[in-house]
Design a protein around this ligand. Structure first.
Ligand code: PMP
Ligand code: GLU
Length: 396
């Protein structure tokens, strides 16, 4: 804490996912053989059609500022994608392209929240929802879930969490970190509660839409009575392995999209021009072109779940999407492993880093202090070796 800095930044937590990834990188540079399972970052190279579009954009001399909310033809490609994959209809004024879905979420919090507004976060939730809400003056209100209910909230739990100050609910489905996917029926049951509170905005983070192993993706925006107050957040980081390209987007009610456009015009002027051109190609190609990555994630899920089931004290749900497992490891609290006393999930995650050279992320950062998150967006070889090391470390 530096008193010369603003309260805003002093009160903000460092992103736990990025902090762990940085720590792993540092240790690796210092010569340690670290296996990084902390970051949700596909290990595939980008598809060739994306690469070629970017090269073409450079050769065609794209270099200037783009429209703040994204190139018109990119917005058109997003509209076509929404119709093709989600049966959602949007007009160009409802689409805003940003520097990653993270900025899309940041924009939304900035344009929607006033001081003291409450933001419902079904927990576990993605690490940045909480601080993105807080920095905009919002108050995160966790709705706790457990592994027994597959980390999903019920309509009753949702209703009990709503107050006169509730402005927004943010959730991801497929969920980072639990991998849980809300079915259409489950979403409808939540929508039946929300229709009674028409002022609450729904932020539906669908960035893992395509990484879904068990069925069809459903969106809250697909319900006619929710469309006008649901913002769909999506992006190309996960499905197209384009994390470093930093392109995310929203489909939103027009008044919200216009506000995000205004905010972005003062903050970034818009997303990178070459990455936007490449994204057109990513979205114009059918999802079948990236199925090989989804198949690989599914195979790795099976491997990691099997291996984890052999370790005492690791309780897992079966994630239906994304590329994380989120085991409850509270069994180890109060125990001593290799001379280290474990009281919290952070202690456990740090112990794994030190004793097993495996980087994971503590569940505390996701609003669940009993769990740790393990990303299986890594090679099969790394997954096998990492889990083997974890097994050895917890029996020390
Ligand atoms: N939402 C979720 C649920 C995520 O896991 C991530 C991490 N990539 C993001 C949003 C942000 O993604 P982007 O790389 O597009 O900023
Ligand atoms: N979203 C990824 C994760 O949860 C990347 C890191 C980040 O953006 O925070 O690991």
């Amino acid at each position: 804490m530096n008193p010369k800095l603003s309260d805003r930044i002093n009160n903000m937590a460092t992103s736990a996912t990025l902090a762990m990834a940085a720590k792993a990188r540092e240790l690796r540079e210092a010569g340690k053989d670290i296996i990084g399972l902390s970051l949700g970052e596909p290990d595939f190279t980008i598809p060739d059609f994306v690469k070629q579009a970017a090269i073409q954009a450079v050769e065609n001399d794209y270099h200037s500022y783009t429209p703040v909310d994204g190139y018109g033809d990119l917005k058109q490609a997003i509209i076509t994608k929404f119709k093709r994959d989600n049966d959602l209809v949007y007009q160009p004024a409802q689409i805003v392209v940003s520097t990653g879905a993270k900025q899309s979420l940041y924009n939304l919090a900035q344009v929607l929240l006033n001081e003291g507004d409450e933001v419902l976060l079904p927990a576990p939730y993605w690490v940045s929802y909480s601080d993105i809400s807080k920095v905009a003056g919002g108050i995160p209100k966790e709705i706790k879930t457990t592994i027994e209910t597959d980390f999903k909230i019920t309509p009753g739990e949702l209703e009990r969490a709503i107050t006169s100050r509730t402005k927004m609910i943010i959730y991801s489905s497929p969920c980072n970190p639990s991998g849980s996917v809300y079915s259409k029926k489950e979403l409808r049951a939540l929508a039946d509660v929300l229709v009674r509170y028409p002022d609450i905005i729904v932020v539906s983070d669908e960035i893992y839409e395509h990484i879904n192993f068990s069925g069809k993706h459903s969106s809250m925006a697909g319900f006619e009575d929710m469309y006008d107050r649901t913002v769909v957040v999506n992006g190309v980081s996960k499905a197209y392995s384009m994390t470093g390209w930093r392109i995310g987007y929203i489909g939103a009610p027009e008044w919200i999209a216009r506000a995000c456009n205004k905010m972005q015009g003062q903050v970034t002027s818009g997303a990178n021009c070459i990455a936007q051109r490449a994204t057109i190609s990513a979205l114009e190609n059918p999802p079948s072109k990236i199925q090989y990555m989804v198949d690989a994630f599914k195979a790795r899920r099976k491997i990691i779940l099997n291996l984890l089931s052999e370790i005492p004290g690791f309780k897992t749900n079966e994630p239906e999407g994304a590329f994380y497992v989120f085991p409850d490891i509270s069994y180890y609290f109060g125990k001593t492993l290799g001379g280290t006393h474990i009281n919290t999930a952070s202690d456990f995650s740090l112990y794994l880093l030190e004793a097993a050279n495996v980087a994971t992320v503590t569940g505390e950062a996701f609003g669940d202090p009993n769990c740790i998150r393990i990303s299986y967006a890594a090679s099969e070889e790394d997954i096998r070796e990492a889990i083997q090391r974890i097994k050895a470390a917890v029996s020390a």
